[in-house]
Design a protein around this ligand. Structure first.
Ligand code: ZN
Length: 316
């Protein structure tokens, strides 16, 4: 089976998010299944297992929602031509065509990658990495990549491909090449414009560590994710140090319309106060002088709704 054909089918996954609402359910399910494949686990998995594992992934990488519908991607993914269900005819569906969760569990319905794809991924892991990267690229900022690869078992905790086998060294070299190729990339104009609007300093903490006069620890973050069609304009950007960029992308804090930082109540740990807690409810330390370059409230409100982990903290 041609690698391009596989990639194309995964690229076309129909997600049901609309109006800027994130729905990473299908991509996360596909990534989890690919991780299992590369780890040499069984192709078909019972819904009860998928339910548990996908809920865990959605909790970590998905938007905050009142209920987690793992049954929807499990059921709908097979319409995308990348997923197979066994025994689906025993399951009753809702008026919108979705499976009842209890029926999936009671009937022990199993789902998994198509056999041909599963075999192709095992024979040539590079195809699997390409699909995984494409899915992550399409639905998440860069900051999520390593954590998602680990959480879905696509790389081990040491960063190496899970199933090396007798082709170990060869695959490891390929993996290094693959990583290098990825890094020749992206958004140089946006980065330059955002950094200069913020005088190369982190908007939150003011950090501007330089090496030979070049800023090395401050990055341009998209507020409304580029992956979600957020524009590469300075008013959709924040200059953030690597730590605050990561914390912002993961929803540990957000910024509200009056440019105050709001920290999620769930964040904790050694160094928390100095690194983040101390900035809670304070105004950003650095802002562009020109008002039209400052963060736009529509983009800030997208981040607060779709990424920030603690919406209650905004109202408090
Ligand atoms: Zn910072």
């Amino acid at each position: 089976m041609a690698a391009d054909d596989i990639l194309e089918r995964f690229r076309k996954l129909r997600t049901w998010g609309s109006n800027g609402r994130r729905a990473p359910h299908k991509p996360l399910l596909a990534l989890w299944a690919i991780g299992r494949c590369l780890a040499g686990q069984r192709r078909m998995a019972p819904f009860a297992l998928v339910d548990r594992e996908l809920a865990r992934l959605l909790h970590t990488f998905g938007p905050r929602r009142k209920t987690t519908h793992t049954e929807v991607p499990f059921w709908r993914l097979h319409n995308d031509g990348v997923w197979q269900l066994d025994n689906p005819s025993v399951v009753t569906t809702t008026p919108s065509g979705d499976a009842h969760k209890s029926k999936l569990i009671d009937n022990n319905v199993r789902g998994g990658l198509l056999e041909d794809d599963y075999v192709a991924f095992q024979a040539n892991p590079k195809i699997a990495w390409d699909v995984a990267d494409m899915l992550i690229d399409a639905h998440f900022p860069q900051n999520y990549r390593d954590d998602i690869l680990r959480a879905t078992g696509l790389v081990s905790h040491t960063g190496e491909l899970q199933r090396l086998g007798e082709r170990g060294t060869e695959i490891r070299d390929e993996r290094v090449e693959y990583e290098l190729a990825r890094r020749r990339k992206r958004h140089p104009a946006f980065r330059g414009a955002v950094l200069s609007a913020y005088s190369d300093q982190c908007a939150v903490c003011g950090l501007d560590i330089r090496l030979a006069d070049a800023p090395i620890a401050v990055e341009a973050a998209h507020i409304h994710w580029f992956k979600d069609a957020g524009p590469s304009n300075v008013c959709n950007g924040l200059a953030l140090c690597v730590l605050h960029h990561r914390l912002f992308d993961r929803g540990a804090f957000t910024v509200v319309a009056d440019f105050r930082v709001i920290v999620a109540a769930q964040v904790d740990g050694t160094g928390f106060h100095d690194a983040l807690g101390g900035f809670d409810r304070k105004r950003l330390r650095i802002l562009p002088v020109r008002a039209d370059l400052r963060p736009d409230r529509r983009h800030l409100s997208w981040h607060a709704k779709e990424v920030f982990r603690d919406p209650d903290a905004i109202r408090a």
